[in-house]
Design a protein around this ligand. Sequence first.
Ligand SMILES: O=C(O)CCC(=O)C(=O)O
Length: 368
Amino acid sequence: MKEIEALWNEVRDLSLGNSSRVERLESPPTPLEFLRGFVSPNKPCIISNAINHWPALCSWTNHSYLMHVLSSSSVSLHLTPNGRADALVPLDNHELQGASPPSASSFSPETTASSSSLCFTSAHVERMPFPEALSLIFSGGGDCSSNQRFVAYAQQQNDCFRSEYSALADDCDPHVPWASEALGCIPEAVNLWIGNQHSQTSFHKDHYENLYAVVTGEKHFLLLPPSDVHRMYIREYPASHYRYSWDTGEFTLELEKPTRYVPWCSVNPYPSPETKDDEMSKFPLYFNGPEPLQCTVKAGEILYLPSMWFHHVRQSSDERGCTIAVNYWYDMQFDIKYAYFNFLQSLHYRSALKSTSSEDLHEDSDIF
Ligand SMILES: O=C(O)CCC(=O)C(=O)O
């Protein structure tokens, strides 16, 4: 469909200036500059020197400070075998047998994962005292020195900074003042993310305006605008979660009962050498289309990640072996852009870029 491919290019030309780089601002914008230059055109940017006054930039590099301030806090730690939570994981056939078929209303052949051996898997979540959680994040951060059989990531996305981590409130601003004024509200949620270099977040989008501040370490983002929705191959996958046994040190995968289906992006942008050819032939629109924007957000910088942008996130640890970030989710406007996005997503799309995979033949079988 040439028209949709033209849209990808037009969005890049008009809104992003056809640059493969995310625009950088050396100081915080005024609310009006932020609204006109970035929120309204739905365009990301990285802002330096906006959080220099946060005590967190200095005090959170100190492990014992965090242990002390949060000594009596209980936090949620997410455990996975490989650092990938909310990601697609192969499911044994016998595990799938219990899954009820999708209901006719929520499913169509085009959006159902035909390679239904994959499921959408959330982490095993364990509530524990903060000092214990931080030790587990650190002990899994080394490359081969540790025998730990899981990757731990503190990433409870339910406004955890204002609840589980409220003892740290004075170390950061409660909101981003120029963003709050531009958006006309205070954040709906403020989240804290503490991980190591093994944790990744798979491609997805959120219905929030996201102000993402890195405090220690670095975050590496891949970004695609909402108009590239067809390049993400969003399919519905049965929901499951990891269950970790402290006795055996093993993970098992549990399918949710009754079966729940989660629409999720199928593309892994960093396939292993063994799976690369297969992934490239299954997802040609992603691998053969325009490159995603890539950016690294360093300690002391804020990324403005506009609502509905697809993002994939990796991280590099600081010298202690961890990465810490705070993000502010502001409600997005459900306006005409949202309506256009839904319309675009509802269009079935046949790629001019040929795929040889049987999955694509199946998915593209009744397309205009
Ligand atoms: O930092 C991460 O691992 C993911 C961040 C993210 O997906 C978000 O802020 O929406």
